[in-house]
Design a protein around this ligand. Sequence first.
Ligand code: HPA
Ligand SMILES: [Zn+2]
Length: 340
Amino acid sequence: MTVEALRSLPKAELHLHIEGTLEPELAFELAQRNGVTLPFASVEDLRLRYDFDDLQSFLDLYYACMAVLRTADDFRDLALAYLERAHADGVRHAELFFDPQVHAGNGVSVDAVMDGLLEGLRIAGERFGMTGGLILCFLRDLPAASAMETLESVAGRAGDLLGVGLDSAEVGHPPVLFADVFARAAELGLRLVAHAGEEGPAAYVREALDTLHVERIDHGIRAAEDDALVAELARRRVPLTVCPLSNVRLKAVPDLAAHPLRRLFDAGVVVTLNSDDPAYFGGYVAANFAAVAGEGFTVDELATMARNSIVASFAPDGRKAELLAELDAWVADSVEMPRP
Ligand code: HPA
Ligand SMILES: [Zn+2]
């Protein structure tokens, strides 16, 4: 199945860091607009650094590039650039992660970040008929007190968020440290997700479920090392937002052939495909579908993962029904008609 055909497959994207969609060209444009000096000679020089050993080596570059994002207009432009690409990739509904603690460190208020991103989503709704929302992520390598302070700073506008998540350097920063923060987020009516089992052990996946009470696990691939956990994820229908190209680029897996996606899928886990930080990892969501198709997943299996993304999304039920009908029509169309 070609990447063009997979672009037309209706899907939701559920694991996408909006700051990870910052392409080098836009980074330099925003640097100029805001009078920020990037520590890279050129777009080409920056792109040459997209060669990572692990999650931390990526995070160092990713956080450095965020320094160019200063105003609500910057966040609107960033969101629109992503949503336009996502629309071309068949994304009908997108849930955007953002990292307000990094922006606060750059002197940018969480309100400016949210206002800009929401404006981008509103325009994409008008232009492309897309829906979506925001998931505020806490940095797990900062103290839980900082996460709580960030959460309280947006408590008055919790209605502008879909939920909260947990990201950044995983190993040594277990989910349980954030149990109180997630309990407070639930009290505010927010949906809960967390990165777990990307570089960290399967035990972190279980801990995210048991102590944070998350509804979805971001990545979760190392859950595959624990048979009982895999069975439990399948039985409880806990969705995993898997990011195959990211896992290869950050060396969480040696290559796609060794990726546990097949094992998780065959065990009945609700897996979805996502791009994570597409500007850095060599492809947007359709490229992730195409990569997986190259590993022997059939059209029906790819459609199942797109269906999972719609079902696992935080879109309202009516919107989910609309998108599932669109997906059914795509599947019916993709069946080759017999010759008369
Ligand atoms: O893949 C990721 N893992 C953890 N934190 C992140 N922040 C952006 N991308 C990631
Ligand atoms: Zn991620």
